[in-house]
Every structure is written in C-alpha cells, then in structure tokens.
Design a protein around this ligand. Sequence first.
Ligand code: PEP
Ligand code: MN
Length: 340
Amino acid sequence: MKKLLLISGPCSAETQEQVFRTAEGLKNIGADCFRAGLWKPRTRPGHFEGVGDEGIAWMKRVKEELGMRICTEVAFREHVELCREAGFDMVWIGARTTANPFLVQELADALKGSGMSVLVKNPVNPDVNLWVGAVERLRNAGVEDISVVHRGFSSYEKYKYRNAPGWQIVSEFRTKCPDIPVLCDPSHLSGSAELVPEVCQRAVDLGYDGLMIESHCNPSEALSDAGQQLTPEAVGLLLHNLIRERRAIDDVDSGKVISNLRNEIDAVDADILKDLGRRMEISRRIGDYKKSNNIPVIQSGRWGEVIRAASAEAKNYGLHEDFVKSIFSIIHDASIEEQN
Ligand code: PEP
Ligand code: MN
C-alpha cells in the first residue's frame, strides 16, 4: 500500500497563534506538510484577503520549530521570490490562477531553479487542457517536482458539493500525464466539513497519491472557509477511518461481480444512446416543420412543460430532481442547436 501524502493547514494564516496551534495539532497526527494561504484570492472584494507578507515569519517558525515542510499559494512572481527566500518547500498555484496562461507562464519562469515543489490546482473551469497546459509550462521551464490537486470545478448548477467533482476530468488528466502525482482537496471540492470524509474515501479508492485538507484549530472562528475546515484531531480521526485497502478489483470473485454489473451498465448506456438518437431525429423533424411554416425555434412554455414532466417522473425512478434537470437542460440545448 503506497503512503498517502497529507498536506494540511488552515485556509488562511490569520495570527501567529492560530498558525502555530494548528501546525502543532497536525504534526501530532503525522501530517507531512503544513499549508496556509497568505495572499488569498477572494471571489468578491470586501472579505479577508490574507495577512500577506506578515505571515511568512509565522510559517518559517513552523518549519524551524516543528520541522514540518511548509507550503502556500503563489499568484505572482513576487510571491515566488518571497517564498524562495523564506525557505518554503512547496507552493501551490490556485484554481483561478491555473485558468490564466499568462500568470502560469510568469510563475513557471519565476519557479525555475527555485528548488520548490509545485502543486497545480485544477482550473476553476472544467477544461482538462488548461490543466495539462499549466503542467507543461512548468515542465518546459525546468520545474522538476510537480503534482496536481483536484479541487472540483465551478458550475452554475448547484448540486451536493460546493464544486462539481468532475471525476472523469481527473481520469482524463491522468491518461494525458500518467507520471504526475494527483492529490485531492476534499475541502474546496465539497465545501462542507461533514462531506470531507466521503470525498477523501473516494479519492483513496481511485488511487490518488495524497490529500490536501483544510484544518483550523478553531474552525467556526475561521476568517475564510469556516464551514469546510476540520480541527487537526478531526483530520486524524478521518485518516484513521479511511479504508485504505478495498479488495482489489482483480480478486477473482469481485472481478466477476463487477464485470457482470458493468455489462449491464453497458447495455443500459447503449439504450440511452439509441433513445437519444430517436429523440434528436424527432426534434429535427419538428425543426423542419417550424422552418417551413415560419414558426420560431424556441417556445418557452414547452421547455417548462418538459422540465416539469421530467422532474415528476424522476421521483418514480429514485433519481435526484437536480440531476434530471441538468441532463434535460443539456438535451434541450442540443435539440435547439439542431433546429437552428
Ligand atoms: C486554497 O486552497 O486556499 C484555495 C484558495 O484553493 P482554490 O484555488 O482551490 O480555490
Ligand atoms: Mn480555502
């Protein structure tokens, strides 16, 4: 069983005492690396934007007195320079920054030869190539120790988690960059302390290489992301409860059961595609009729009816209403596109 890397610490460094108390707790549970945001990218202005340069000395103290590795977020060349001078072991590129190739290039140039490890969070938008591109820019600049962090993707539709997980995007990433270790950040992905453990378990089941978990000595008082932080003790308990060795899928028995179920799924998927094809064909016929009779493509009332009927029907099949609404909105958009 490979060792799971644990990076943990508060969303933001707030005070010297908060940083040190949290780090001590995390050292006790065996965390490998201490994280804390100094320069915080907030979606809207007017919120706590980090203590900035002042927190560097607090982080250095964690490294010197507790012997932990230290890590923070960098967005500009100046951040990288300050971190390098202070002896940071690792930095991360945040999700909003990964989405911006200009900034990633600036960081890659600054990180060259710095000796610091670099974590690249997935971009906020679900675009695997932006993520791969950021890794390539770092690699091309000669940065050697690169890992990525899966923290979920922004989406307009809100479902269970703060960010849409997009597990399949990570698997595409792994296919494109098989030698890059992948960590999961269940805190930003789920957005809620109660949901962090289940996301960690999923990441472990998928063979991720590590976890970056937000932890605060007093979560409810945190100045940023209060709802998603765990105490160091709760992180310790979570790790203890993780099931590290699920039975390998190539066990003879589980292999058989799973492959039978997968066959069933494949058959259902084939039916779904056939039905979608039929639906689209009908939609095309409607489109032709509308065109030849000068009727506009969109009738807003009709879309409301489709959604109402689908949501009601969803309940009969034990399907989540939001899930069905999202699927039907994609189908509807494709249909409109076809009729245009
Ligand atoms: C963070 O880790 O504190 C952070 C801001 O993350 P992200 O870039 O994933 O939102
Ligand atoms: Mn945070």
